[in-house]
Design a protein around this ligand. Structure first.
Ligand code: TYD
Length: 425
C-alpha cells in the first residue's frame, strides 16, 4: 500500500449526508425569513463552512448568517445528524485498510461532537484511530488546521481524501498528497482545479487506489431465526435496509433455498403432498440445500466482501429436526458440519416468540406448508430446542429479541443488538 496513514473527510466522502444538511439549512433559512428555496438548491451547503454558505447562497449579512448557523444546529443536533447513510463499499474499505495495518483518521469541518455521534451510530468509529473536527463554538473552521491536527495525531506520511476543493486545499496547505472523490458533492473539475494528486470516481476506484494488491477484508454473515409466524419477513426487510444504510452491499438468501438447485430441494421438502417423508430424509434435505447454498451463494458473497443475510441457517435444523423431530441437537449439528464447514454466522438474530402465539399468526396469514401442518407438540419441542441452544454461554453471536412487542419496537431492539455485535467484528 502506498499510504498507511489515511485521513478521510466525512460528508460526501464517507457518508451521503445531504438530507440532514439541506433540510436543516432550509429550516434555518426559513426561520430567518429567507423562504422559497428547495432542497436541490441547498445541496451547495454540503462541504463548505455554513456561515459562508448562508452569506453566499442566501445573501445574508454576518449577523443573519450567525443566527442561521445557530438555528441550523438546533435542527441538526436533534434530527438532521441521523438523516445520513454510509456510501456502499466504505465499511469494506475501512476493514481492508485496518487489516493491512493502516492508521485512519476522520478530518471533518463538522463540529466534532456531531462527527463523533455519526461515526458511532453508523459503525465508522471502530475503524478510526483519531477523529478531528472543530470545536462546537467555532463557526469558521479552517480545513487546513483540521488536517494538520489529524496528521499530527496519526504520524507517518498521510494522504487526505475528500470530495470538495476545501479538502484538497486543506491537504495541500499541509504539503501532503490528496485524493479527490467525485461520487460526493464536488465535481471532477473542482477537484482537479484545486490540485488533487489523484481522483477517484467511485468507492471501488478509491479502494483499488488505496489497497493496490493488498488483501481485502471478507464480508459479514448474519442469520435470522425464530418460530414460523414470529415476524421474520418484516424484520428481515428492516435488517437489510439498515445494513445498506451502513454501507454494506447486501446479499439476501433463505433456507431451505438459495440457488436454483437449493430452491428445488426447498419445494421437495416443503411440499404438503410428501406425507411419507421420513424425519431423517428431511434432515438430510435441509442439510443438502444448505451445502448447495453455502457454496453457490454464501461463500462467494463473503469473499467479495458483502454482507450476507440468511433467512434461517443451521440453528433452524437444530431446533426443527433436532428438537421438533427429536433427532437430537448434537446429531443434527454433526450432520450439518460437512454441509457448512467453517461458514457460520457472525451474528444471529433470534426473534423470540412462544409457539402458540407464533403459529396462530402464521396460520392466519396463508396456506400452511408441510412443516406448518405439524401438531402443536412439534412446535413446542422446536421452541424448547431454540431456547436451549441460544441459552448456551458461548452464544455471544445471538441477538435475542422479544418478538411479541410492536413491529417498531422489535426493529429498534433488533438493530441495536445487531450493531453491538457487528461493530466489534
Ligand atoms: P421459512 O422459509 O422460514 O418459512 P416461510 O416460507 O413460512 O417463511 O421456513 C420454511 C420451513 O422450514 C419452516 O417451517 C421451518 C422449516 N425448516 C426446518 O425445519 N429446518 C431447517 O433447517 C430450515 C432452514 C427450515
Amino acid at each position: 500500500m502506498k499510504y498507511t496513514t489515511i485521513l478521510f473527510d466525512l460528508d460526501g466522502t464517507l457518508t451521503r449526508s445531504e438530507k440532514g444538511i439541506t433540510r436543516s439549512a432550509l429550516y434555518a433559512a426559513e426561520k430567518l425569513g429567507f423562504t422559497g428555496y428547495t432542497e436541490e438548491q441547498f445541496k451547495a451547503f454540503i462541504g463548505p463552512p455554513l456561515f459562508a454558505s448562508f452569506k453566499s447562497i442566501c445573501g445574508m449579512t454576518d449577523e443573519q448568517a450567525d443566527l442561521a448557523v445557530t438555528a441550523y444546529r438546533e435542527r441538526f443536533s436533534t434530527i438532521g445528524w441521523a438523516e445520513n447513510e454510509v456510501y456502499t463499499g466504505i465499511p469494506l474499505l475501512l476493514r481492508s485498510l485496518k487489516k493491512n495495518g493502516a492508521k485512519i483518521a476522520m478530518a471533518t469541518a463538522k463540529p466534532q461532537v456531531f462527527a463523533e455521534r455519526i461515526a458511532k451510530k453508523f459503525g465508522l468509529a471502530p475503524y478510526l484511530d483519531a477523529l478531528v473536527g472543530p470545536d462546537f463554538a467555532v463557526k469558521h473552521a479552517s480545513k487546513a488546521d483540521i488536517v494538520k491536527k489529524a496528521a499530527e495525531l496519526l504520524g507517518g506520511v498521510p494522504v487526505m481524501i475528500g470530495d470538495r476543493c476545501y479538502d484538497i486545499e486543506g491537504g495541500r496547505a499541509n504539503g501532503i498528497d490528496t485524493i479527490g472523490v467525485c461520487y460526493g458533492y464536488g465535481t471532477r473539475e473542482e477537484l482537479e482545479a484545486a490540485g488533487a494528486t489523484q481522483i477517484a470516481a467511485t468507492v471501488e476506484e478509491l479502494t483499488n487506489m488505496l489497497l493496490g494488491d493488498a488483501p481485502r477484508a471478507g464480508g459479514v454473515f448474519l442469520s435470522m431465526e425464530g418460530m414460523d409466524g414470529c415476524g421474520k419477513t418484516t424484520q428481515l426487510g428492516a435488517l437489510v435496509e439498515h445494513l445498506e444504510q451502513l454501507g454494506w452491499d447486501v446479499q439476501l438468501t433463505r433456507e431451505p433455498g438459495g440457488d436454483a438447485i437449493a430452491e428445488k430441494i426447498r419445494s421437495l421438502v416443503l411440499d404438503p403432498a410428501n406425507k411419507t417423508m421420513f424425519d431423517e430424509t428431511e434432515a438430510y434435505l435441509y442439510a443438502a440445500s444448505r451445502a448447495q447454498n453455502v457454496r453457490a451463494l454464501i461463500r462467494p458473497a463473503l469473499e467479495a466482501g458483502r454482507a450476507v443475510v440468511c433467512d434461517r441457517f443451521v440453528d433452524s435444523s437444530i431446533a426443527y429436526q433436532g428438537g421438533g423431530r427429536r433427532l437430537g441437537s448434537d446429531e443434527i449439528a454433526a450432520l450439518n458440519r460437512l454441509a457448512v464447514g467453517d461458514t457460520l454466522p457472525d451474528v444471529t438474530v433470534y426473534l423470540r416468540m412462544p409457539p402458540e402465539r407464533a403459529l396462530s399468526r402464521r396460520l392466519s396469514a396463508s396456506e400452511p406448508d408441510r412443516l406448518e401442518r405439524e401438531k402443536s407438540s412439534f412446535f413446542e419441542r422446536t421452541y424448547q430446542a431454540y431456547e436451549a441452544l441460544f441459552g448456551q454461554e458461548n452464544m455471544a453471536r445471538v441477538a435475542a429479541v422479544d418478538a411479541s412487542q410492536s413491529i417498531g419496537d422489535v426493529t429498534r431492539e433488533m438493530l441495536a443488538a445487531v450493531d453491538e455485535r457487528l461493530f466489534t467484528l
